[in-house]
Ligand binder design. Structure first.
Ligand code: BGC
Length: 387
């Protein structure tokens, strides 16, 4: 895996400014111009600058457009999905993820908007776990616990990027080497995250990782979705989660180890239900890992989110065993995001496909320990349509 990852990266050291299907295939002019001239929809990957970090490191942004005009912009800082434009039922495009207009906001104050989260998504109790004879101590950044990879998780590093022609769309592969000891984790971990936007309106996020020492790994994507475009909260969105149980948590949001049935409680989303209809009965709002009904590593249905106003629907399928439903409880109006929008409580929601929180301390949960010689593979598909 290491060889293929680095040889692939080397091939892209050539400074490509614009990468496009038509130009690569037929040596033709950039498709933006040629397709527009012919009145055809364009499908391409365009690379551009997105500012630089305080230390001067340049950050790039890739714009993926599919043939139906869906558009995803993803930057090298945090492999963050900066915007995702999807048409509503009248065909009018709208950006359905929260975030900032410029890099600065993401650097200064980002509650994981659009980010790839790792080495371990969600919490590890007291930032501590034991592997074999060794107890590891991770960076603690959420009360006494470790959250989303620590003080400088994968959401705050600059990834290498390689634009991709996909069989059925366009994509970008991001790679990052997380060094032995980073945030307290053992082993050099090579990580690859592959975003693809397909012509049947799927945003696919594929993950691969390999290590040289056993280490916990739990990779996820942390977009805050608002299918209405972000002008109001998501309490009217209807959610279905293909899960009969969730992992019960204590006050610090650490799993107790119990898999609790949702039936007959406000946690039950087995049939489509408006998020706001019972949220007041859930202390603090929804911030729970749901145990998907499908077999652990099989691709299967996880969630369906619908906004009755815009008609936009997003369906999530994954190979992961769980999904964190977080209803944007900690948004409190302190962040002014894209287009000057103030993000108040519940203005976005996250549906993070994942292994269960704190798995390294729960032998009864599906294992998150990656061993040398093995390659972690995971895939999550977001499918968009309207009604
Ligand atoms: C967690 C929340 C956390 C949020 C933003 C979610 O994945 O479950 O508890 O506040 O991320 O950090």
């Amino acid at each position: 895996m290491r060889k293929t990852m680095f040889s692939a990266m080397a091939a892209w050291i050539i400074p490509l400014v614009i990468f496009c299907l038509a130009a690569c295939k037929k040596n033709a002019p950039a498709p933006a111009a040629s397709a527009a001239a012919k009145g055809l929809s364009k499908m391409d990957v365009i690379k551009g600058p997105f500012g630089s970090l305080p230390d001067g490191t340049a950050v790039e942004i890739y714009t993926l457009t599919n043939k139906n005009g869906l558009k995803a912009r993803i930057m090298t800082f945090g492999a963050i999905l900066v915007s995702l434009e999807v048409p509503d039922r009248t065909g009018r495009p709208g950006d359905i993820v929260l975030g900032y207009d410029a890099l600065d906001g993401y650097v200064k104050n980002n509650p994981y908007f659009g980010a790839i989260v790792g080495r371990y998504g969600n919490r590890i109790a007291k930032g501590r776990f034991t592997l074999g004879a060794v107890t590891y101590k991770l960076a603690v950044n959420n009360g006494e616990n470790h959250l989303h990879g620590g003080l400088k998780g994968f959401d705050k590093v600059v990834w290498d990027a390689e634009p991709r022609l996909e069989e059925d769309g366009v994509g970008v592969k991001f790679t990052y080497l997380s060094k032995d000891g980073e945030e307290g984790y053992p082993g050099n971990l090579e990580v690859m995250v592959h975003y693809a936007l397909t012509n049947d309106d799927e945003l696919r996020i594929g993950y691969e990782a390999a290590t040289d020492k056993p280490t916990p790994v739990n990779l996820t994507h942390h977009s805050y979705f608002n299918l209405g475009g972000g002008a109001k909260d998501i309490l009217g969105h209807e959610l279905m989660l293909a899960a009969d149980r969730y992992t019960a948590v204590d006050k610090g949001l650490i799993p107790t180890g119990e898999l609790t049935p949702v039936k007959g409680t406000p946690m039950d989303f087995t049939t489509a239900t408006a998020i706001g209809s019972r949220i007041a009965k859930v202390e603090g709002g929804y911030d729970h890992n749901y145990v998907l009904n499908k077999p652990d590593v099989a691709m299967g249905m996880a969630a369906r989110l619908a906004d009755p106003v815009s008609g936009r629907i997003m369906e999530i399928h994954t190979t992961e065993p769980g999904i964190q439903f977080y209803s944007g409880n900690f948004l409190d109006g302190a962040i002014t995001g894209k287009g000057g929008r103030v993000y108040k409580k519940h203005f976005g929601l996250c549906l993070e496909t994942q292994h269960f929180p704190d798995s390294p301390n729960h032998p009864n949960f599906p294992s998150t320990i990656l061993s040398p010689g093995r390659v972690l593979k995971s895939l999550t598909i977001h499918k968009f349509f309207t009604k």
